[in-house]
Write a protein that binds this ligand. Sequence first.
Ligand SMILES: [Ca+2]
Ligand SMILES: [Ca+2]
Length: 360
Amino acid sequence: MKAIFYLSVALCAVYAACGSAASEQQQAQTADSVAMCHTGQIPSRFAAMRQDSLIKAGSSDERGMVLIPSGKFKMGSLNFEDAQPIHEVQLDSFYMDEHEVTNAQFAAFVEATGYVTVAEQPLDPKDFPGVDPKLLVPGSAVFAAPEEVAGLSDPMQWWSYVPGANWQHPEGPSSTIKGREQFPVTQIAYPDAAAYAKWAGKRLPTEAEWEYAAKAGRHSNETYYWGNDKKEDGKWLANIFQGTFPTSNTKEDGYVGTAPVRSFPANAWGLYDMEGNVWEWCVDFYRPDAYTLDRGQQNPKGPADSYDPQEPGAVKRVQRGGSFLCNDQYCERYKAGSRGKGEVNSPTNNVGFRCVKDIN
Ligand SMILES: [Ca+2]
Ligand SMILES: [Ca+2]
């Protein structure tokens, strides 16, 4: 019998990724999220894993990529328990996509390969004995702002499983990506991102590469990747959430949901939206103690397996940078050095990715 993950795993992953260890309130939320992980009945889809073997590895040039110089940096943050200890890491040079993969880019991949994403996978009830067949429908998790909430401990108040939601219909069947070609693709599970990267002749970044590129040779202990001030000359520097989460988004930065890539200033190395807009998958398995493990100082690849004490049975990979839903009331994981995590087969409408490429 196949293992079954549940919708609430996806929701919990989204929730936990946004949690900060900074306050008692947030610790209470984390405790609540553990309970949330044991409800719900929607399995994830493993077929997409198998499909990856059908994707031929492509070759690519470096158009749209930035050459990241080799060097050392201090990885981690004192503001987040799972990002400690701060330690020195040395990385070889590599290329990185200057922006998140867009809907147009992902559409080209799907057109060329016929790839079907995790959220679109049909589900065979025979593969999931004991689960109500009515629940075995393709779909994914979508954020919707409720009119009011009873505290912030229950993410089900603003996340729901929407049948028919997928990368082409990010908010559900009636939504479309038409006119949003230059927006980041969303509703992407880890196997989807890995398959695209393979086809594109690229790969997904390690979280060390991702953080090194985000800090861009400038960062030491600043709160944000761009510095210590949230705004510069009165302007927001990333697409996050302003207002009262989750009910009232004042969109001071101009966007309630995702923004077209390159809408905000690039960092010192020319990379856009390294913080905010959409979460970005990294290749590393997630463990909260990853930085305490002896993983070598040079080009670290992350731990050999995944372990999240909040959900011991779930396989999780690292996500980085936060999303348009991040804010200081609920989700601080857009801040410098912070780490996010996601169950590999649980796409949402605030998760995407970008690729890197080795120098041949
Ligand atoms: Ca925004
Ligand atoms: Ca991003």
